[in-house]
Design a protein around this ligand. Structure first.
Ligand code: PXP
Length: 253
């Protein structure tokens, strides 16, 4: 079981898109590790990076430098495939989040197939646990998946908030929010630590932050986008205010 006060909600800042900008020009800047240093100084509780199989943004050397320098926990997003598992075993990040990966997709589409791909996911979770990495599974918020998630043996889940964030209207958004709430309740009751992420921005983060079982949000695109205009510290401060205000209001009823 995890223990937390109703107010505690961590923000993991995903700095992938600082690397996206660097890779677009093949320069050495902007440096995602420098962004991570600024983010941790500005209130990020953790730093998330996704080492993709196609290396389109974050590179192996970025992860190594980040792990050497970060003062807050680093969360390595990765596919549960042998080549990536070997790298993660060697790097032994404090946290990892297993995500599905297909080369052609723009971003992470849908959650893990925790039933169809259970053997590979279970193997990666066990190998990472052996090097001291705490693993979360990125999943669609379907309570029917919880039995398979628990059987895999990871201590945490990250709810995919993409369907909520992309909902075309208020009715669809409310339905997705209902799914997130129901999943969070069931997952926490099953002993899983509950995280959430994907597509969150200051305008939609409140309703997810108000789900008191959620202890961590991982947010990238919107924070880096806001940082272009506001600077990274201001973008992080604005996000923290939005999520913590919603959490406080929910906790105080
Ligand atoms: N969580 C996971 C598992 C993700 O794959 C992503 C996208 O890389 C995020 C959170 C962050 O999503 P966004 O960049 O839309 O905030």
């Amino acid at each position: 079981m995890t223990h937390h006060t109703p107010h505690s909600l961590r923000l993991g800042v995903n700095v992938d898109h600082v690397a996206t900008l660097r890779q677009a020009r093949g320069t050495s800047y902007p440096d995602p590790v420098e962004a991570a240093m600024i983010a941790q100084g500005a209130g990020a509780d953790g730093i998330t990076v996704h080492l993709r199989e196609d290396r389109r943004h974050i590179q192996d050397a970025d992860v190594e430098r980040l792990l050497a320098k970060a003062l807050v926990p680093v969360n390595l997003e990765m596919a549960a495939v042998p080549a990536m598992t070997v790298i993660a075993e060697r790097l032994a990040p404090p946290r990892a989040c297993l995500v599905p990966e297909r080369r052609e997709e723009v971003t992470t589409e849908g959650g893990l197939d925790v039933r169809g791909n259970a053997a590979a996911i279970t193997d990666t979770v066990a190998r990472l646990a052996a090097v001291g990495t705490r693993v979360s599974l990125f999943v669609d918020p379907k309570p029917a998946l919880i039995e398979a998630i628990v059987a895999i043996g990871a201590p945490a889940v990250e709810m995919h908030t993409g369907a909520y964030a992309d909902a075309p209207n208020a009715t669809a958004r409310d339905a997705e929010l209902g799914r997130l709430r129901a999943f969070a309740t069931a997952a926490a009751a099953a002993g899983l630590e509950v995280h959430a992420g994907h597509g969150l921005h200051t305008g939609n983060v409140g309703a997810v932050a108000a789900i008191t079982e959620v202890v961590e949000l991982n947010i990238g695109h919107a924070i880096i986008a806001d940082a272009v205009f506001q600077g990274l510290p201001a973008a992080i401060a604005t996000m923290r205010r939005a999520m913590l205000r919603a959490r406080r209001e929910a906790a105080n009823g």
